[in-house]
Write a protein that binds this ligand. Structure first.
Ligand code: UP6
Length: 248
C-alpha cells in the first residue's frame, strides 16, 4: 500500500507550520521528534545541542523543569532551534474551555505562545476551544498510547472531525491511521522495549510506518535515557527514515 510522500504532503499543505515541518523533514531526511522529558534547563539545552542536527522538532513538557526561567531557558533553546533548524513543540495537552486555554497559552511563567511553534491539545472542549491557538500549529490528541485509554474508535472519529475542520490544526497524535489531510505524530516508539510498567505501550518505528502510515515518530526515553544520546538519535533517525522510504 502506497503512501503520500513528504513532498506530496508539502504540496497539499496550507498551514505555515505544516509546510515548515515537512520542509525540515525533506531537508534533513528525518521524521524524528525527540521528547526532552528532562528536569533541568542544563539537561534540556545539552540534550537539544546533541539531538538538534538530526530532528525535525524537539518536544518539551516545559512544566516539568525545576529551574525554569524564561531568559535562561527559552532564549537559548530558541537559539538552538534556529541554529539546528528544528521546531519547538510544547506537549501541553490543553484540555479546557477556550477562555482558560487562551489564558494558559499566553500567560503564567511559561508564556507558551511566545516561543512554541507547535502545541498539543485535547479536543475534548470542542472545536471552538481551539480558536485561541493563533500563530502555532496545533496537534490534536486523537488517540493515546497508554493502556486503557478512553480514546475509543468512536471518540477518535469525533475527535478527527474537529481536527479536520479547524484551520489551526495541522495534525494529530494517534496510534491509528488518520486521514491524509492531517499529519500523523506517533509517540510510544522504542526499539528496545514494549512497555514501561506505567501503562505506556511501545511499537517500533517500522511498525508505526507500516501499520499507521505515520509521518513523525516521537521518541522520549529511547533517546534521552540512552548512554550515548547522539548515537541513539542517529539510530532512531535512520530507523524512521528507512521505514518511510520502504513505503514510497
Ligand atoms: N505521549 C505519549 N503518548 C501519547 C501522547 N503523548 O507517550 O499518547 C508523550 C509523553 C512523553 C512522550 O507525554 O513525553 O510522548 C513519550 O515518551 P517515552 O518515549 O519516554 O515513553
Amino acid at each position: 500500500e502506497k503512501r503520500l510522500t513528504y513532498e506530496q504532503k508539502l504540496e497539499n499543505a496550507n498551514h505555515h507550520f505544516s509546510k515548515k515541518i515537512l520542509e525540515i523533514a525533506i531537508e534533513k531526511k528525518s521524521n524524528l521528534i525527540a521528547s526532552a522529558d528532562v528536569l533541568t534547563t542544563k539537561e534540556l539545552l545539552d540534550f537539544a545541542e546533541k539531538v538538534g542536527p538530526n530532528i525535525v522538532a524537539l518536544k518539551t513538557h516545559i512544566d516539568i523543569l525545576t529551574d525554569f526561567d524564561f531568559d535562561e531557558t527559552v532564549l537559548p533553546l530558541k537559539d538552538l532551534a534556529t541554529k539546528y533548524n528544528f521546531l519547538l513543540m510544547e506537549d501541553r495537552k490543553f484540555a479546557d474551555i477556550g477562555n482558560t486555554q487562551e489564558l494558559q497559552f499566553s500567560n503564567g511563567i511559561y508564556k507558551i505562545s511566545s516561543w512554541a511553534d507547535l502545541v498539543t491539545s485535547q479536543v475534548i472542549g470542542g472545536e471552538t476551544s481551539l480558536d485561541c491557538f493563533l500563530n502555532v500549529g496545533v496537534i490534536a490528541i486523537i488517540g493515546m498510547s497508554s493502556k486503557g485509554t478512553l480514546t475509543s474508535s468512536d471518540y477518535r472519529e469525533e475527535a478527527l472531525k474537529i481536527a479536520q475542520n479547524h484551520p489551526n490544526v495541522i495534525g494529530g497524535v494517534s496510534q491509528n491511521k488518520i486521514p491524509d489531510d492531517l499529519l500523523l505524530f506517533t509517540p510510544g516508539v522504542n526499539l528496545e522495549t514494549k512497555d514501561d510498567n506505567k501503562g505506556q505501550q511501545y511499537n517500533t518505528p517500522e511498525h508505526v510506518f507500516k501499520n499507521l502510515q505515520t509521518d513523525f515518530i516521537i521518541v522520549g526515553r529511547g533517546i534521552y535515557k540512552a548512554n550515548d544520546v547522539e548515537k541513539a538519535t542517529l539510530e532512531y533517525k535512520i530507523a524512521g527514515w528507512n521505514a518511510y522510504m520502504n513505503l514510497i
